[in-house]
Write a protein that binds this ligand. Structure first.
Ligand SMILES: [Zn+2]
Length: 218
């Protein structure tokens, strides 16, 4: 799943208006932000294997630390706890962030073939395989994304033009890379997958910037 995770991050602004969209994205995409670094360190492994699902050519051979249910629950507690400690944030903000981290696993569980581990060491792998259908994946992800965007628009308003331009250019860019990764050629190597996933940090920075140019209603 790709834009669905961003949809949840956008929508969470409604629950935690004091938290920047950049932080919300960091939480909902925590798994996929950690993953490329673990790939590049050789701790986790992905193989480009066109045809493995209709939607993605990636075979997620091993990703116990970034994508097991147990680890994401622990990462969720860590992210929520660190945020609460650093920002003296209300409990609802910390809980929202923790749930967003875990939500990544739930959305991936719906989309991935059975390759998601429950624990870092166990052999059980689960996944409902939505990715076997491109139309179903696009319909569900687009719906989640649209709902999330609508909630973010209700929760905030632009304080200056940058708040409008920043948001809509981010939306356009997300849809563009989603379309390119769905209908474009498969990535050449696993290293290329990892480096392009690292570029997602730029989207986090972009979200911090645009959110600063918007005001949240309480
Ligand atoms: Zn993921």
């Amino acid at each position: 799943m790709f834009i669905g995770h961003f949809g949840l991050g956008l929508g969470a602004k409604m629950a935690a208006p004091s938290v920047s969209l950049g932080t919300l994205f960091m939480a909902s995409q925590f798994a996929d932000l950690l993953w490329p670094t673990l790939l590049l360190l050789g701790i986790e492994r992905v193989v480009v294997q066109p045809g493995i699902t209709a939607m993605t050519p990636l075979n997620f051979v091993s990703y116990p630390y970034s994508h097991s249910l147990l680890m994401l629950c622990l990462w969720g507690v860590a992210v929520g706890g660190i945020y609460a400690a650093l920002r003296r944030a209300p409990l609802v903000a910390a809980v929202t962030l923790a749930l967003l981290v875990v939500s990544h696993w739930v959305l991936d569980f719906i989309t991935h073939r059975p390759d998601l581990p429950l624990t870092p060491t166990g052999s059980t792998r689960v996944g409902l395989g939505l990715w076997n259908s491109i139309p179903a994946t696009l319909a569900i992800e687009a719906t989640i994304f649209a709902i999330g965007l609508a909630l973010y628009l209700r929760a905030t308003r632009a304080r200056r033009r940058a708040g409008t331009i920043g948001l809509w250019s981010l939306v356009a860019f997300l849809l563009l890379i989603y379309a390119a990764s769905t209908f474009g050629p498969p990535p050449p190597t696993a290293a290329a997958v990892a480096w392009s996933a690292q570029a997602m940090w730029l989207l986090v920075a972009w979200a911090y910037w645009l959110d600063r140019n918007r005001t949240a209603h309480d």
